[in-house]
Write a protein that binds this ligand. Structure first.
Ligand code: HAM
Length: 431
């Protein structure tokens, strides 16, 4: 029949969308490890988890992150909902968290609110090593604490987290202050005035940014523009007294805590909400996309998004990038007990034993294919089984089953009635 002929034809494969990737079962243990480390380390610093939606109203990001940033102007996945409203897949977590904090008055109950979040973010960037269109962040935010010690504490926690994940001391901490509403407008004008005479020699993006948002020029990576950018006035020389005092105190606290850093006057970061402290942690081992983590203070954002005048500071870490830096963990065992039913008549007993052992918490698998002993042992080995229980003709007769301890390469006969207790106690003892 025509339908059958059609069905038997090879159908084309549907691939994952460019810039997205599957996290396969063998990789998941590494993800669990860095997620567990986040929960454990952040709890020590008083943080609780928050989960906000993956899509939000487009205006939240346009207003929060800044219309002139690359993220908002060219990287957002924005779509019209059926009622005509404009929605966007979150390109970062901070704006959504701020919205939730305002919407639920979270600062009322907790004036020094500390929250963290983990999950996927979406940016339509050009995919390359360490840069994806769907990627995952661990995100941390503190609201309502303007004391500079908290800036240092947030950085200390970022480093404690990297250490807990096994990164060691293989990182570079960059630090800057981008000023605030008092001093930044004058610096931006100084920058614009210094840039205008150079504009014709700079890249098209910089030419536009000189007019729209000159701070973004400091982010430019075009090689020909670098000598011009290096000679520009530095924001550190244009901070107001309050911002300077805050920055000095952050640096002193970092020194007090024994945390080394490098000042980087070009660290303005890719989002417009920052005020005062900005920081990034990178690793030379990552290549071009070398930032593992970035963050800073955003004292005006809550108010800009319609909330109270509440200060904020936080960071986000790219989970794919962190995992690129960590040694791959061994694939963990999936099985405590492998049941090898070696004759068809043994299958019913094996099924009952499997069910009982699983209800006692053991991880158990049976080979349903009825393969020979050798093939089943190979399979048990591949699964990392700690014990293999063999049920063959002789065991059926004697009602004593062969239990093989795979690590000790030893086996013993265990009475059918005792086999569950025997295995459960052996598994408990070995943790
Ligand atoms: P961000 O610098 O845009 O900051 O992103 C933080 C981290 O996310 C980067 O350092 C990088 O590791 C990772 N990341 C960003 N884009 C990609 C991508 N396309 N592929 C893979 N990884 C990526 C923020 O998102 C701010 N919300 C951080 C923050 C929180 N500031 C204050 N609070």
């Amino acid at each position: 029949m025509a339908g059958d002929a059609q069905r038997s034809q090879q159908r084309p494969i549907i691939h994952a969308v460019k810039g997205t990737r599957d996290i396969l079962p063998d990789e998941v243990a590494a993800w669990h490890r860095i997620e567990a480390a986040a929960r454990e380390v952040f709890a020590r610093y008083g943080y609780r988890e928050i989960r906000t939606p993956i899509f939000e109203q487009t205006e939240l990001f346009a207003r929060g992150i800044g219309a002139e940033t690359d993220i908002v102007s060219k990287e957002m996945y924005t779509f019209a909902d059926r009622d005509g409203s404009s929605l966007t897949l979150r390109p970062e977590a901070t704006a959504g968290i701020v919205r939730a904090v305002i919407e639920h008055n979270l600062w009322n109950a907790d004036p020094a609110l500390r929250v963290f979040a983990m999950g996927p973010m979406f940016r339509r960037e050009r995919p390359q090593k360490g840069r994806y269109r769907q990627f995952h962040q661990v995100n941390v935010e503190v609201f309502g604490v303007s004391h500079p010690a908290v800036d240092a504490e947030v950085i200390e926690m970022a480093l404690a987290y990297l250490r807990a994940c096994g990164l060691g001391e293989d990182y570079d901490l960059l630090l800057n202050s981008v000023g605030d509403a008092q001093c930044r407008p004058a610096y931006v004008e100084t920058l614009r005035a210094a840039l205008r005479p150079q504009a014709s020699r700079m890249c098209a993006d910089c030419q536009r940014r000189i007019e729209t948002n000159p701070l973004r020029v400091l982010d430019c990576k075009v090689p020909e523009d670098q000598p011009i950018i290096d000679a520009l006035p530095k924001i550190a020389d244009h901070l107001c007294a309050d911002c300077r005092a805050h920055f000095d105190a952050v640096k002193q606290t970092l020194e007090l805590l024994g945390i080394g850093y490098r000042l980087s006057h070009r660290l303005v970061r890719g989002l417009d909400y920052y005020t005062r402290t900005t920081f990034e942690i990178g690793s030379g081992r990552l290549g071009a996309q070398n930032a593992v983590l970035g963050g800073g203070r955003y004292d005006g954002l809550v108010k800009d998004l319609g909330g109270p005048d509440l200060t904020g500071i936080g960071f986000a870490l790219g989970m794919e990038r962190l995992l690129m830096l960590l040694p791959e963990p061994a694939v963990p065992s999936r099985c405590d007990v492998f049941l090898a039913a070696l004759v068809p008549a043994a299958m019913d007993k094996a099924l009952k034993l499997q069910s009982e052992l699983r209800s006692r918490g053991a991880r158990v698998l049976i080979d349903y294919e009825g393969k020979g002993l050798k093939a089943q042992m190979r399979r048990a080995d591949k699964l990392g089984a700690r014990f293999v229980v063999m049920l063959g003709e002789a065991e059926m007769q004697s009602r004593a089953w062969k239990v093989r301890d795979m690590s000790a390469s030893a086996q013993e006969d265990v009475d059918e009635g005792r086999v569950v207790e025997h295995l459960v106690s052996r598994l408990d003892r070995r943790g």
